[in-house]
Design a protein around this ligand. Structure first.
Ligand code: C5P
Length: 316
């Protein structure tokens, strides 16, 4: 029985702009996605049966096929029936480090790790683009999670253009563990409130994408200019999530006042992050926030930006 151990990093959104809606019910996005060093640890092991079993140490993680990790294994079975017939099913064990339902792509990155794990276990030899197009069938963030690093993501979020890696900065993440935001709710509410200003023609969408490519944010990233990156952080979903969740708004204000290069909510939240020039600065900000907000539900992490997607750490 072969086993692979993988690390599946989380992501933050440095930039998230909603530019229109799509016939498939999703939104046209222009984003800059960034991997961080905080990651789940997965073990994928051939189990010699016809089944897919998921184990996880976090009580809030579903173990059925509402979990993208299980759906990823089911997708591989459908796509590669001969390999499944030859090698059989798998046991997937997730050691959860990424906060759940946090806007950090924790579920998506586990799904990406299962795709790569099965590719290796079943000796399929899939390329990164092939894994990414399988990932797009599972969720908008899965393709990014496969390769990770720093990338412009457009379309639903599945069309990727890698840009200069940004791994010299640190980040403080903060989240109330008793709060979760529904991503469909956030997008639907945004559409209700701001749908009138959507761009719906192809030329307009293409031009918005190329503006980001040649714009100041990508330039600041290629220069590794942390202060400029901090000033340019943007997330349209803050416009609907912060008014509805005053605790998240307050958390953002406290983080911002504590210093750092810039503060923003990630994805549909409720995680808020501050970019920092150094680990020392990030730890200092973490301690200020911990002292200021005395709430047992508040969780804080310090980690580094990372240029890694899914990594294989061991196989036996
Ligand atoms: O693709 P994923 O399952 O991660 O998306 C979760 C939800 O977020 C979708 O069901 C949809 O409501 C919303 N979404 C969207 N437009 C996108 C990505 C996500 O409306 N580009």
């Amino acid at each position: 029985m072969r086993t692979y151990q993988l690390i599946a990093p989380a992501k933050i959104n440095l930039y998230l702009e909603i530019i229109g809606d799509r016939p498939d019910g999703y939104h046209e996005l222009v984003m800059i996605l960034q991997s961080i060093a905080l990651g789940d640890h997965l073990e994928i092991r051939s189990n010699g049966t016809q089944g897919v079993n998921l184990h996880c140490n976090h009580p809030l993680v579903p173990l059925d096929n509402t979990n993208i990790a299980v759906r990823a294994a089911e997708l591989m079975i459908v796509e590669f029936p001969e390999a499944f017939a030859k090698y059989g099913g798998v046991d997937i064990t997730i050691d959860k480090h990424i906060p759940v339902a946090a806007g950090l792509a924790g579920g998506s990155t586990d799904g990406a790790a299962v795709l790569l794990g099965l590719d290796l276990l079943w000796k399929l030899g899939l390329t990164v683009p092939q894994l990414q197009s399988l990932g797009a069938k599972l969720g908008s963030d899965v393709p990014f999670c496969v390769g990770g690093g720093t990338a412009i993501a457009t379309g639903r979020g599945e069309k990727l253009d890698p840009i200069h890696d940004l791994d010299n900065l640190w980040v403080v993440l903060a989240k109330y563990n008793n709060l979760s935001v529904s991503t469909p709710w956030a997008y639907q509410t945004y559409k209700k409130q701001f749908g009138d200003s959507y761009i719906n023609d192809k030329t307009g969408i293409t031009s918005r994408t190329s503006q980001l490519h040649s714009g100041p944010f990508v330039q600041a990233i290629s220069e590794g200019n942390g202060s400029r990156i901090g000033q340019l952080l943007h997330n349209d979903l803050e416009k609907v999530v912060l008014p509805k969740y005053p605790q998240v708004e307050q958390l953002k204000q406290v983080l911002k006042a504590a210093g750092g290069l810039g503060t923003m909510m990630s994805g549909s939240g409720p995680t808020v992050f501050t970019l920092c020039q150094s680990q020392t600065e990030a730890e200092r900000i973490k301690n200020i926030v911990k002292d200021e907000i005395k709430d047992g539900n508040l969780e804080l992490w310090v980690t580094k930006l990372s240029s890694n997607g899914i990594q294989v750490i061991n196989n036996e």
